[in-house]
Design a protein. Structure first.
Length: 399
């Protein structure tokens, strides 16, 4: 997949055309109220461009997991209301339990240039997640052009992400374009040195990413719960720290591969350990080969923070996926803060992907200091693994 060569909304004429846009409006709701509208805001540049160009805009998205049936608590009505505020026009919701129903068809037929409407939750239809042809055709029948701007679901082959692209000219919006530019560029032609920082709980979740990045990066930094499996492979005593026994051999092999490829591979040299998995547990700092019985590693230690920060300092490009410890607990957030700080001050092109690291960077107030924060957790991981993302593959290539 040459992701960098996909057509965008600027490569086609949209004036007077009905344009179906797949957005990611999967926003958190509490008692029917949106608690965080970042995803709606992220979709605005594409929507506003289409409005300014005089397109007739039909938006669609999923929300939560209604599992193929109409459930009012998963309605996109709150999203339509919020969009109306941001766009200064009435964004009507086509209230059809079957998504492409009488309301949607009538509304789409009456749309004027520059007007915007929203379809109901595409996952009200069981065909959506199975990518069944009949629903893809129904969606396509409403429009003349398809725009995918939902990177968060680009790794899923669903009707509204890939199926519909078989029936309409298909291009990407600004959000996917930005993801491709930063993530695709960082992997294809990174400004050197390329430093990858991987954290999070499990080695097994990141095997594909590590394998792919070992061929591309100059330095690989491992923190978080997965680091203890690497320590174990070196014969270190890790107490009750998180361990994937079946990955120990694999971890050792990856470290040998890195050495053979000339990639600097860093794991923690000291850790902040706790008696139990609890925010207020008794804690102390110990060297990586001296974790006592009954204690578990919950964050990287101060010497490791310095080691990692030094490695980050000279980077040209940084890819960061996953926190360094239990960063949602203030007592064990210092490692993640130190790394965020080093990344923010590095002057490198910095890309943060994956839900937990994005949450940490946002909570700690570093988000505006990063070049790019990925909008897709699972999608950004698969992209970093070098996998083809169906929602991007389905788009038309530039001529």
């Amino acid at each position: 997949m040459d992701a960098l060569n996909k057509k965008t909304i600027e490569d086609i004429d949209v004036k007077g055309k009905k344009v179906l846009v797949r957005c990611d409006f999967n926003v958190p709701l509490k008692d029917g109220e949106i608690t965080n509208d970042k995803r709606i805001v992220a979709a605005l540049p594409t929507i506003k461009y289409l409005v300014e160009q005089g397109a007739k805009v039909i938006l669609c998205s999923h929300l939560g997991r209604p599992k193929g049936e109409y459930k009012p608590e998963f309605s996109l009505a709150p999203v339509a209301a919020r969009l109306s505020e941001y766009l200064n026009q009435d964004v009507k919701l086509a209230e059809d339990a079957e998504v492409v129903g009488e309301n949607a068809k009538a509304m789409a037929a009456e749309l004027q240039d520059g007007q915007v409407m929203l379809l109901e939750n595409v996952r009200y239809r069981k065909e959506e997640t199975k990518n069944e042809e009949n629903f893809s055709k129904e969606l396509a029948s409403l429009a003349e052009i398809f725009v995918n701007d939902a990177f968060g679901t680009a790794h899923r082959a669903h009707c509204s992400t890939t199926g519909v692209a078989a029936y309409l000219p298909a291009v990407c919006g600004y959000l996917i374009q930005k993801e491709i530019k930063f993530m695709g560029g960082a992997l294809a032609e990174p400004k050197r040195p390329l430093v990858a920082i991987l954290g999070g709980a499990k080695v097994s979740d990141k095997i594909g990413v590590i394998t792919n990045l070992l061929d591309k990066c100059d330095t690989l930094i491992i923190g978080g719960g997965m680091a203890y499996t690497f320590m174990k492979s070196l014969g270190h005593h890790i107490g009750t720290s998180l361990l994937e026994e079946e990955q120990v051999e694999n971890a050792g092999k990856m470290m040998k591969d890195a050495e053979a490829k000339g990639v600097k591979f860093l794991i923690p040299i000291d850790n902040k350990v706790g008696k139990e998995y609890d925010e207020n547990t008794e804690a102390m700092v110990v060297n990586s080969d001296e974790i006592p019985d009954g204690w578990m590693g919950l964050d990287i230690g101060p010497r490791t923070q310095e080691l990692f920060a030094d490695a980050i300092k000279g980077a040209g490009t940084i890819i960061w996926n996953g926190p360094m410890g239990v960063s949602e607990w203030d007592n064990f957030a210092a490692g993640t803060i130190a790394v965020a700080n080093a990344v923010a001050e590095s002057g490198a092109i910095s890309i943060v992907g994956g839900g937990d690291s994005v949450a940490a960077v946002t909570k700690l107030g570093y988000s505006d200091k990063m070049s790019h924060i990925s909008t897709g957790g699972g999608a950004s991981l698969e992209f970093l693994e070098g996998k083809d993302l169906p929602g991007i593959c389905a788009l038309n290539d530039k001529d």
